[in-house]
Design a protein around this ligand. Sequence first.
Ligand code: SAH
Length: 282
Amino acid sequence: MFDSLPLPPHQWPSMQPGWVWLCGAGPGDPGLLTIHALNALRQADVIVYDALVQECILDWAPQAEKVYAGKRGGKPSALQRDISLSLVELARAGKRVLRLKGGDPFVFGRGGEEAQTLVQHRVPVRIIPGITAGIGGLAYAGIPATHRGVNQSVTFVTGHDQSGNVSSPNWKALAEGSQLLVIYMGMKHAAQISAALIENGRSADEPCAVVCNATMPRQQVIETTLGTMAADIEASGLEPPALLCIGRNVLMRQVLDWQGQMGGEAVRDMDPLNMDAVAAVA
Ligand code: SAH
């Protein structure tokens, strides 16, 4: 369908040989690509893509050579350097290079590192943001990232560090100050993360959701609590990619699980946070 459609009238940038466009592909659903991404897909000579990019998105660029650059454990930092340098080489060979990454390239995507290497090698770059999983994925699960009266801030956290161990942000500060925590790459370390948050004062009863394969047809959501999250993940057998979402916003899913409702499920509670009562008193 898109092959025959023109882009909407606008001064769309044209990709020049020797350039690298570093572009987010969104969390999975191809409909969440930006028009700049689509414009890039149509012009690229070569697409260097990550594991989280859906294959069907690549089908929209039949003219382009496709190079898979997903990480498969081992030595991520060495491999990352190879990827960045291969982008430099492709650009120097005069290709129009599209570097396509899941979500947003600058959110836990190492986009900054790649762009920096390109600039250091005098390769011109354009950055195209994408919808990050922590926002788009939550929306597909029916969880608003902010909800008036519930949270005035939302914090994105990575659950693991460069070597694959549990990450070491200031869990105490996060537990005390972050009203909604959205944790990327946290599934494997869910037990340690919830223990760290509970140890620092969060309630074991706090609502949590694990949003797996968000925005894709195989999306699955576990509704749980901080105290039972790790055991529920284990029992579910679900695998990454997944987001851990910790905070009362999760309760909004009881009214806003729009995907479930499309499948015929009933609304469980029209006002799960009891905001009507709060508004009536105020
Ligand atoms: N740059 C990406 C994040 C890359 S880090 C972005 O902005 O979304 C990879 C992590 O992102 C995964 O381990 C997972 O925690 C999260 N993630 C990415 N896509 C996801 C999806 N479709 N569903 C759930 N989590 C996802």
